[in-house]
Design a binder for this molecule. Structure first.
Ligand SMILES: Cc1ncc(COP(=O)(O)O)c(C=O)c1O
Length: 448
């Protein structure tokens, strides 16, 4: 009896190839439906809902590292690529895992791509996709304002490890981009939809036009602006994420994703040539399950992050502070972000405050954390509490002084990821109090 139950529960048992083709076809239709919806929240709501094994409203976690087959021949058919996850055939969880794949379907819907697969970190998503797209000696054109880790990967690691070189450009200067992207030589144009930390907005449609005219693949890091900007809906080929930030929202998980064409995701999983399969930055299914429970409220969270960032940036500016925020009319990319942002989400949840010197930045952050509880001094972003860091000496410290200057990172630049705990007015009062105290007491050491 027990044995019979085990076999009956195996979805693959006794099903003909035709039946599986029908199921696979139905799944594909659902995926395509999700992919064509413009609003990311609407697209997410269209994704096939996975129920739990016992009828639970949440899916079950497929925690297995390996999977059985009913007939010995099936193994060979799976390894040859004839039978795959689209027909519910799984080999081993470093390859495809059903729970991780489900999160991938959500990520693909979020970004409007055909497919997506999730990784152990944002950096592994970035490095794996670039290694898949570029071979030894390959050339990348990248924005000169990027997360410090990505900048270091392109500047130091890739040239040393595999001879992949990068030309850094100011992506606001489309003529320079056009000049640097060389047909037949350049493989990838890489930039962040909203750059870390300077909040430069990438002109996704125009940059894609330039790259595509020369047969170059466009990869966009959308970590700073999920829901707000949808680079693939604007023409990008691949979208990468550090899920560790807004998508997780809890500052408790390190994770990433590559969203793009199914052919690319499948090539990254190829048993002989796939960067994800062979380098192995796999996401744990238990982590994938947790994250899939957080995506449904990403839109709500983003709206509040963005709302508060806009209110605070506007008020900070009124106080005479040097504030950088794409939602402000004086930001050089304000018109651009207005034209490419998805409706009703806002202009991002990060703002930068330029205190000019590191000493002033540190003094303010110290007061904001230790005297008034406005936020926490910590790197990262997308958490429900406000996080503050001085970028030049932290997440952009991989860049040398000249690179930081080119990217517009002043020594006193505080990056603030605006949280949504407490009330907006309560938090603003805490900000004002810290600022007043700093202005009153310019030189004395800060007492806590
Ligand atoms: C824009 C951006 N991309 C990628 C990463 C790397 O992500 P992870 O820390 O998840 O590897 C970060 C991390 O700060 C980031 O800010």
């Amino acid at each position: 009896m027990a044995d019979a139950t085990v076999i009956v529960n195996k979805k693959r048992s006794g099903s003909s190839d035709e039946q599986w083709d029908q199921i696979a076809g139905a799944k594909k239709q659902l995926l395509n439906k999700a992919g064509h919806v413009e609003d990311p929240a609407a697209a997410l709501a269209n994704v096939r809902h996975e129920f739990g094994e016992h009828g639970g409203v949440n899916m079950s976690i497929e925690a297995s590292a390996t999977f059985t087959v009913m007939e010995p021949e099936t193994m060979g058919r799976m390894f040859s690529g004839e039978l795959g996850p689209d027909r519910d055939f799984f080999i081993y969880s470093r390859h495809f895992n059903p729970t991780v794949l489900n999160l991938g379907r959500l990520m693909a819907a979020l970004e409007g791509t055909e497919a997506a697969y999730c990784t152990a970190s944002g950096m592994s998503a970035i490095s794996s996709v670039l290694l898949q797209l570029c071979s030894t000696g390959g050339h990348i054109v990248a924005s000169n304002t990027l997360y410090g880790g990505t900048h270091a990967l392109l500047t130091h690691f890739f040239p040393r490890a595999c001879g992949i070189t990068t030309s850094f450009v100011d992506i606001r200067d489309l003529e320079v981009v056009r000049r640097e992207v060389v047909e037949g030589k350049t493989k990838v144009l890489y930039f962040e939809s909203m750059s870390n930390p300077t909040l430069t907005v990438g002109n996704v449609p125009e940059l894609c036009r330039i790259a595509h005219d020369k047969g170059v693949t466009v990869v966009v890091d959308n970590t700073f602006a999920p829901m707000v900007v949808s680079p693939a809906r604007l023409g990008a080929d691949v979208v990468v994420h550090s899920i560790s930030k807004y998508i997780s929202g809890g500052a408790d998980i390190i994770a990433g994703a590559v969203c793009g064409p199914a052919s690319l995701v499948n090539s990254m999983m190829d048993l002989h040539q796939g960067s994800l399969m062979l380098l192995g930055p796999t996401m744990n299914p238990k982590v994938a399950f947790e994250l899939s429970e957080r995506l449904p409220h990403l839109g709500l969270r983003m709206k509040e992050h963005c709302n508060r960032a806009l209110v605070y940036a506007t008020r900070m500016k009124k106080l005479g502070l040097k504030v950088v925020y794409p939602g402000l009319e004086d930001h050089p990319d304000h018109t651009l972000i207005k034209s490419i942002a998805n409706k009703d989400y806002g202009y991002g949840g990060i703002l930068c405050l330029d205190m000019e010197t590191e000493e002033r930045a540190s003094r303010l952050m110290n007061l904001l954390q230790n005297c008034t509880q406005f936020g926490l001094m910590a790197v990262s972003l997308g958490y429900y509490e406000t996080l503050m860091s001085c970028s030049g000496s932290s997440t952009s410290s991989e860049m040398n002084e000249e690179e930081k200057q080119l990217a517009g990172i002043s020594p006193g630049l505080i990056r603030m990821s605006i949280g949504y705990t407490g009330t907006l007015e309560q938090k603003w009062t805490q900000f004002e109090k810290a600022l007043t105290r700093m202005q009153q007491d310019k030189t004395a050491p800060i007492s806590i």
